[in-house]
Design a protein around this ligand. Structure first.
Ligand code: HEM
Length: 561
């Protein structure tokens, strides 16, 4: 048995990191595919030998994952970590005698319906917010749904992304299939054409509408059946269709609130209660005309639960990915296997920095240990335990309906540690030991470490606070700036999501921060603050201090830590 000294291990780690940076292309790591690729096979023979020694005796393995861009991290959080989307939709939560899921799917379809394949215009672009006065878009469900999403847009997550995500999250929450999600939609700034189909239109109009949206006749039949698996028709809004009182004022399409094939089987068996198929008013029986338009061939072909789910998943995916020409969607947002949280560095109370960050894993493992490491300002890794820390907290998260369906159980490892202000920090990384004898994984952004670019101008999440008064809730954003004084110019440009359904477009405002007398200067830092409405949590920062300019974009202030 060879015992490697700490210094030898560190030398190999550093050597490996340099070699990796130079020789390896970034490895795309596909989450959910089990263990990360074995890095040994990709190293030079010389390094592979050194590395295999290390793997044998120190059981260290490099997980070569590149940190995704901010948008992918934010979309990952919305899709897989519990949040406002998952709590609104719950397990097929009921609303207004239908379900939140049904309202969200209808919203997504109506928004997408403005697409025209002939010139590439329109599509899922949130233009629906400017189209609510049209009779096709009648219903409280539409405004309620827009309100569900409107105040949660972010600089990298648009309202149209949230509408698209709502449709697939809602579908899964009611027992429907998983549908891959891509982000990157761009919000419209005005209304699109009035092309949402209406029940009183004839079959030829409907077939042409769906063709313009990009769907064949058979796809039209399936897409309508998939959509009308959820929810129903509200008597209050459509008294010509639902002519007699019904339970809760909503006539369900297939008698169930779940996403299932009952809409098809009931239709084929002649037992369907669908008000758009067997309603007393033949003119508005659009589902009957559509479903029977090919002699029921398509309806028969999607009658089994498996085929129904598969066909609906494909069509819903196409529906949410129907966007105006020129809009570039992201890759599919897979759950990130080793997800590094935001990193916060700010002056603590005791003359040291507080450094707060986290690592998220997709599965629970009580045997697992996770350790945080960092290099000092000069980039040298200091000897253990000088630059390492164990988690200050470990907890699980119930996730979203999609997380549950994917069989994931999220585990968070939170770190809240002190860092010497003189030696400071330039980068950090993690080591994860599953405790089962497998190699320790080093999560280090492809060998480079996760950078802390500077420690001169910092969002101080230990000193930010919230305040409420008659006019609302506010966030006091605090910036710690080194070698700054009242003559320094520190500005933030905040991001304000749409404030109402009639004012849906996000706005930005630039504010000057002033020295905050509540926080006396310490360790060379002066504290500046500004009060912003609570929802303005995202901001860009610019600081001009003694001739030097610091700029950073897309910082999330959020709550005090
Ligand atoms: C010719 C095509 C279509 C017509 C004429 C039509 C018509 C209607 C009508 C009149 C309602 C009742 C709305 C209410 O009372 O709030 C409704 C509900 C609904 N539609 Fe459609 N629809 C069509 C296609 C689609 C498609 C393609 C989808 C989705 C892929 C869809 C999804 C829904 C959903 C989920 C509801 C239930 C809403 C709720 O319960 O709140 N529809 N549709």
């Amino acid at each position: 048995m060879i015992n490697l000294t700490e210094a030898a291990v560190e030398e190999i780690r550093t050597f490996a990191a340099i070699e990796l940076e130079e020789k390896l292309e970034p490895i795309k790591y596909n989450c959910g595919a089990g263990h990360p690729p074995d890095i040994l096979t990709m190293l030079s023979p010389h390094l592979a030998l050194k590395w295999s020694l290390l793997a044998t005796y120190a059981a260290l393995n490099v997980v070569a994952i590149k940190r995704p861009e901010l948008r992918m991290e934010r979309l990952d959080e919305l899709l897989w970590e519990s949040n406002f989307v998952s709590s609104a939709v719950g397990t097929c939560v009921a609303r207004d005698n239908s379900t939140v899921a049904a309202q969200w799917v209808r919203l997504a379809y109506h928004d997408m319906s403005t697409h025209n394949v002939d010139d590439g215009s329109g599509g899922l672009d949130a233009s629906i917010v400017f189209e609510l006065d049209r009779p096709q878009n009648v219903g409280k469900g539409m405004t309620d749904s827009i309100n569900d999403f409107r105040s949660s847009t972010e600089p990298t997550v648009t309202l149209s992304d949230l509408i698209a995500m709502g449709a697939i999250m809602g579908t899964v929450s009611c027992g429907g299939p998983m549908i891959p999600f891509r982000g990157g939609r761009v919000d419209a700034t005005s209304a699109g054409p009035a092309t949402v189909p209406e029940p009183q239109q004839d079959l030829a109009s409907h077939t042409e509408s769906f063709r313009q949206q990009g769907f064949t006749q058979s796809e039209m039949i399936s897409l309508v059946a998939c959509g009308h698996s959820l929810g129903g028709v509200r008597r209050e809004d459509f008294p010509d269709i639902v002519q007699t009182p019904v339970d809760g004022n909503v006539a369900l399409f297939d008698g169930t609130k779940l996403f299932d094939n009952a809409v098809v089987t009931g239709y084929l068996q002649g037992t369907t209660p669908n008000p758009l198929a067997v309603g007393p008013n033949a003119t508005t029986n659009s589902d009957l005309r559509i479903f029977s338009s090919d002699g029921n061939a398509t309806m028969q072909s999607i009658a089994s639960p498996d085929t129904f789910n598969k066909v609906c998943a494909d069509l819903f995916e196409r529906m949410i990915n129907t966007v105006p020409k020129g809009v570039q969607l992201t890759e599919v947002v897979e759950p990130i296997e080793y997800k590094v949280g935001q990193a916060w560095l700010f002056p603590g109370d005791e003359g040291a920095f507080r450094f707060v960050t986290s690592l998220r894993m997709l599965h629970k493992n009580p045997l697992r240990t996770v350790k945080l490491f960092w290099s000092d300002r000069q980039g040298s890794a200091c000897p253990s335990p000088g630059c390492s820390a164990s988690p200050s907290d470990t907890f699980g998260d119930s996730g979203t309906p999609m997380t549950n369906k994917a069989g994931l159980s999220l585990s968070f490892y939170e770190f809240d540690t002190k860092i010497n202000m003189t030696s400071s920090i330039s980068k950090f990384w993690f080591e994860v030991d599953e405790g089962d004898g497998s190699a320790v994984a080093r999560v280090d952004d492809d060998g480079a470490g996760f950078p802390i670019v500077q420690d001169a101008v910092l969002l101080d999440r230990g000193r930010i606070s919230t305040e409420s008064d008659k006019s609302g809730t506010f966030l006091i954003i605090v910036i710690a700036a080194r070698n700054a004084d009242a003559s320094s110019r520190i500005t933030i440009t905040t991001y304000q999501p749409g404030v109402s359904v009639s004012k849906p477009i996000p706005t930005r405002q630039t504010l000057n921060l002033s020295v905050d007398p509540r926080f006396p200067p310490m360790a060379g830092y002066t504290f500046f603050s500004a009060k912003v409405p609570f929802r303005q949590e995202w901001f860009d920062l610019k600081a001009e201090i003694g001739g030097e300019v610091f700029e950073q974009q897309n910082i999330l202030a959020s709550r005090k830590i």
